[in-house]
Write a protein that binds this ligand. Structure first.
Ligand SMILES: C[S@@+](CC[C@H](N)C(=O)[O-])C[C@H]1O[C@@H](n2cnc3c(N)ncnc32)[C@H](O)[C@@H]1O
Length: 402
């Protein structure tokens, strides 16, 4: 992974927040702001908080570099009043992040990342890249990229929710319980009234989408759901769990199989809600719809849409969704991230994907799906953006036999 220009920001005192990260130069969306290796990684077990305090203490004591030990002790400690006798636990729990991928179930502490404050509509996106390589050649790096245009003096914020979306009262409770603070971002500062209700309604819609497709909550409530065949579960595993492997995944197999176009329509609604908000902040100006920009990334809708297109063997739409993911991951994770590279390969050759055409049944798999039956990507210049979107999301050809 390419190195990071950290001269673009500095850590400063921020009223009512302790320290925070502030831009020192103009920053464009997609700029890499941080690439950092963990100070330590520890597995999350059901140890008591006293045991966790001892575990973190020995991790810190064993660091060879005194400057690193001092930097750990200088970090924010939001739980020190609650647990004055557990200083290591208090610092760890204020600053650690849950890791996914190969380190699933573990958490890490990152000294520089720990200075970024939270906003429900953040200006930067962070992610743990378990396949990313640091300049020192070590596997696993945490990256932060700007997702809005920033000016010198702007605080750079990230979301502590990791793409979870919630209406205001749930966010308030979550931040108070987990992080001990009340958020005063633009979204949380909205006065009660019709506009805040409208924003909450959109957030609830996106939350429902997230819960359904990323946590699979509906299926957990439905004991009659058929078990996935090994073939199907491998398809779903491959597409949804690889990036978000810390989520328990259950899938609506039957609906996915028999009504892929209906599922695609839900992806479209979610993607449009997210994109409308982002368009408003695209020029850095902010705006009414922009109040929810950055709460959830549009790739969460496009990844599902991509998986659906692959499942039904629609190479044309799969390549468009993969290309959109590639472009977005390039902004949020960097062009050199595993996600952007994978999506780029998928855009060029969707038929090579393991799950291409799985929904078509044995005889019609690979090379026999819609990809080779003449569905081609229309020329957007020729038909216009609106008609292109209609084509992309309508999926009239999606008729799966059997
Ligand atoms: C990971 S640290 C962030 C950096 C921290 N402010 C510092 O001084 O090092 C998390 C803690 O920062 C504070 N914090 C983060 N975002 C905040 C916000 N939006 N408003 C108030 N406090 C915030 C809370 O005390 C939280 O527990």
């Amino acid at each position: 992974m390419a190195a990071t220009p950290e001269s673009l920001w500095e850590v400063r005192r921020i009223p009512n927040k302790g320290y925070g990260v502030v831009a020192t130069a103009p920053i464009e969306p997609g700029t890499r702001l941080l690439m950092e290796e963990p100070l330590y990684i520890r597995s999350m077990t059901d140890d008591s908080i006293q045991q966790q305090n001892s575990i973190v203490e020995s991790l810190i004591q064993s660091l060879p570099d005194a400057a690193q030990r001092d930097a750990f002790h200088a970090l924010a400690s939001s739980f020190s009043v609650l647990y004055p006798e557990l200083p290591y636990y208090s610092i760890a729990t204020t600053n650690e992040v849950a890791l996914s991928g190969a380190q699933n179930g573990a958490s890490g502490l990152f000294l520089r990342w720990s200075r970024f404050n939270h906003a429900c509509t953040p200006s930067a996106y962070w992610a743990w890249n378990s396949d990313g390589t640091s300049p020192k050649g070590r596997a696993g790096v945490l990256t932060v990229h700007a997702i809005r245009r920033l000016n010198p003096g702007d605080e750079i914020s990230i979301s502590y929710f990791e793409n979870r979306v919630m209406p205001h009262e749930d966010r308030e409770r979550y931040l108070a319980e987990i992080y001990c603070f009340a958020c005063d971002c633009a979204l949380c500062s909205l006065a009660p009234g019709p506009w805040r209700d409208d924003v909450d309604e959109r957030l609830r819609q996106l939350e429902a989408f997230w819960r359904k497709y990323h946590l699979g909550e509906e299926i957990q409530d439905r004991p009659s759901s058929p078990l996935l065949s090994p073939q199907l579960s491998s398809c779903f595993y491959f597409h949804f769990v690889r990036r978000h492997s810390y989520h328990h995944y259950y899938f609506e197999a039957q609906r996915y199989r028999h009504d892929p176009a209906g599922c695609l329509a839900e992806c479209r609604e979610a993607a449009e809600l997210i994109l409308e908000a982002e368009e408003d902040v695209g020029d850095g100006a902010g705006g009414e719809d922009g109040d929810i920009a950055g709460c959830i990334d549009v790739t969460f809708a496009y990844e599902i849409a991509l998986a659906l297109a692959l499942f039904v063997g629609d190479a044309a739409r799969a390549s468009v969704f993969a290309a959109r993911n590639r472009d977005r991951y390039t902004v949020t994770l960097g062009a050199d991230s595993g996600e952007a590279l994978r999506a780029g390969r998928g855009a060029l050759d969707p038929c090579a994907d393991r799950s291409f055409g799985l929904g078509l049944g044995g005889g019609r798999r690979r090379g026999m799906g819609l990809g080779s039956e003449g569905v081609v990507v229309p020329d957007v210049e020729e038909i216009g953006e609106e008609a292109f979107e209609e084509w992309l999301w309508s999926a009239e050809e999606w008729e799966l036999g059997g």
